[in-house]
Design a protein around this ligand. Structure first.
Ligand code: GLU
Length: 474
């Protein structure tokens, strides 16, 4: 009989338990931090053409140690209660790691969004939101959804509009959901945020000389070879930014239709254009194409960094021993099963865990929520003021040194920050600081041997201090 692969939720539990022993916290407290507090499952009817479809949907709030709870909504045929519980749990630890003051949550609607027209999707989204409103499972102070696999700004706009229909007099209603379109109370830079966080996280990891030396790699991201699985929001932005801002060489990409590979490098912009025009990456000029059946082989190709940016359970006990990448950067949630991780760690791989690496999305969601509560665009109050001070400073230096800067140089130096500048700098600050918080645990505790365990230890300690402060677990 073939053994069932470890389920996604079981992997999360295994990761938690592995880290929990290093915290020295009492069992009752650890149990409270581990379990999912509230699970809401609903079935609702939606008229699709002449048919009535009964749709299965979930919202799980994993932890209310801080409120609101936060996490995306996934539209996928594979949605089930355990998957949503796993994803909600990861959100709690993710928020703690990047010091975003939310508990974790996640939603899921069991549909294949590509089978429906936009009008049908709107109907489903509005009905799902109505169910959440009826149960008090959504609100700027209660639970704040965001995009995830199969959803985006359009769905968030429908959620916001539906919520508003019920809470017309609520001043902070816009904070009921994040990832909204920028012109509908969204924030600049949210769409690219997870991919940008992936860039900052990988860059920071590659900057540590001794860690790279252990892997036989030179320090720095520049010139490193990368294979990316998935070209959804996270995968496409990760590829683009790793190439454009990180100087990395993308040599392999896989998607549902197949995979492409070129050891000399793939021009990511040309590849994304090609896919848009032809509907597929297969046949991209200069690269070797692999068909649908073989697409996962790309994960096993020689490269420095493998970035799984699709769904959970992609690296399992079945293919783990064939992975050649030295660094595995988890842009997706749960791409490695806990069993596979043991194999990879034994082989000396460095795994940058999802609960840190893909936290850029929720970090910028936090900025959006703050903006919604503040009712003001980021940078509005200080931009011109800073510009004037900088201008005076440049003039002073010019007078003192006798050197004049060109108008172009002056423009660059005096510029005040716009919303996008603040979002990117806040995200970079967050990803760098959190990386070092995790690495400090790894270096400071010789029983903690890998980055995921260190990240879980960090998160569990932070969450436990909230419970301690409340006096619940003396
Ligand atoms: N769905 C994203 C995640 O898994 C974003 C969550 C959010 O922004 O709340 O982290």
């Amino acid at each position: 009989m073939t053994k069932q692969p470890t389920s996604f939720y079981q992997s999360v539990i295994n990761y938690f338990d592995k880290a929990a022993v290093h915290t020295g916290l009492p069992d009752g407290l650890l149990e409270q931090i581990k379990v999912c507090n509230s699970v809401y499952r609903v079935n609702f009817p939606v008229k699709i053409g002449d048919e009535v479809k009964v749709i299965e949907a979930y919202r799980v709030q994993h932890s209310q140690h801080r409120t609101p709870t936060k996490g995306g909504i996934r539209y996928s045929n594979h949605v089930n209660q355990e998957e949503v519980m796993a994803l909600a749990s990861l959100m709690t630890f993710k928020c703690a790691i990047v010091n975003v003051p939310f508990g974790g949550a996640k939603g899921g609607v069991k549909i294949n969004p590509w089978d429906y027209t936009p009008e049908q999707l709107e109907k489903i989204t509005r009905r799902y939101t109505t169910e959440l409103v009826r149960r008090n499972f959504i609100g700027p102070a209660i639970d704040v959804p965001a995009p995830d696999y199969g959803t985006g700004p359009r769905e968030m706009a429908w959620i916001y509009d539906t919520y508003r229909a019920f809470h017309d007099d609520e001043l902070d209603a816009a904070g009921c959901v994040t990832g909204k379109p920028v012109n509908l109370n969204g924030i600049q830079g949210r769409t690219e945020a997870t991919g940008r966080g992936v860039l900052y996280g990988i860059r920071e990891t590659c900057a540590v000389k001794e860690d790279m030396a252990r892997l036989g790699l030179s320090p720095g991201l520049e010139g490193k070879t990368v294979v990316v699985q998935g070209l959804g929001n996270v995968g496409s932005h990760s590829c683009t930014l790793l190439q454009d801002e990180g100087g990395a060489k993308i040599i392999g990409v896989s998607e549902v239709e197949g995979a492409i590979y070129n050891p000399n490098g793939i021009d990511v912009h040309a590849m994304l254009r090609f896919r848009q025009e032809t509907g597929s990456i297969i046949g991209f000029p200069g690269a070797t194409s692999l068909g649908k059946e073989d697409r996962r082989k790309v994960l096993e190709f020689e490269c420095d960094i493998l970035v799984p940016a699709a769904l959970e359970n992609q690296i399992t006990i079945e293919n783990a021993s064939r992975i050649k990448a030295k660094i595995i950067a988890e842009a997706a949630n749960g791409p490695i099963t806990s069993e596979a991780e043991e194999v990879l760690l034994k082989a000396g791989k460095l795994i940058i865990p999802d609960i840190y690496l893909n936290a850029g999305g929720v970090t910028v969601s936090y900025f959006e929520w703050l903006k919604n509560l503040a009712h003001v665009r980021l940078g509005l109050m200080e931009k011109r003021f800073n510009q004037q001070i900088n201008d005076e400073l440049v003039s002073l230096v010019e007078r003192q040194t006798g050197r004049t800067v060109s108008p172009q140089e002056r423009k660059v130096i005096v510029r005040g920050a716009d919303e996008i500048d603040l979002v990117r700098s806040g995200l970079e600050e967050t990803m760098i600081n959190s990386y070092h918080e995790i690495r400090d645990v790894l270096v400071g505790n010789n029983k903690v041997e890998d980055m995921r365990t260190a990240a879980f230890v960090c998160a569990i300690n932070k969450i436990s201090s909230d419970y301690m402060a409340m006096g619940i677990f003396p």
